[in-house]
Design a protein around this ligand. Structure first.
Ligand code: ZN
Ligand code: ZN
Length: 164
């Protein structure tokens, strides 16, 4: 599959280009210093091609019966640690994974957006257009002894499909 990717060219100018998805995935893995393995590529493929964040069992189903689920869980952790994926908890408490740096039009590290959880069907969505305000935590005045890694903003409600 071909799609448009965006990268920062000389002088920080954003350029777009047509790439093969696997080329982009390979480049993303290389950028964060991870070896390209078939499972890492397959997991990234599955998450990137999904419009909505996926739970681990959904990813395992997409990869086929011969896939070792323990390897998939470990791979998801590795990819999240290296910020190629980000995760958010669904209403059942399980993690959903969404694409990050490798997503077309989304820059690496730019994953601080809000998420929507439908309380009726359990669907989780990335709200790419709703950034988490940078001062969200600072304004809560946690105090000096707290070391904040990141803040998460999860919006609960009823999704458009359940609304009708
Ligand atoms: Zn819903
Ligand atoms: Zn997201």
């Amino acid at each position: 599959m071909q799609f448009t990717g965006i990268y920062k060219g000389p002088g920080g100018v954003l350029r777009s280009f047509m790439v093969n998805r696997e080329v982009l995935i390979a480049a993303s893995l290389r950028d964060v210093g991870l070896r390209k393995t078939p499972v890492r590529v397959a997991v990234l493929e599955a998450v990137i091609s999904s419009k909505k964040p996926l739970a681990a069992p959904q990813i395992i189903r997409r990869l086929g019966a011969e896939t070792d689920s323990v390897t998939v869980y470990r791979t998801l952790n590795t990819l999240a640690e290296h910020k190629l994926l980000h995760r958010v908890r669904g209403e059942d408490g399980s993690w959903r994974y969404a694409a990050d740096a490798a997503a077309p039009g989304v820059e690496a590290g730019e994953h601080s957006h809000a998420h929507f959880v439908c309380d009726q069907c359990g669907t989780v969505e990335c709200l790419q257009r709703v950034p988490v305000p940078e001062d969200l935590v600072r304004s809560r005045d946690l105090g000096r002894r707290y070391d904040v890694t990141y803040a998460e903003l999860v919006v609960h409600g009823v999704c458009p499909r359940c609304h009708d």
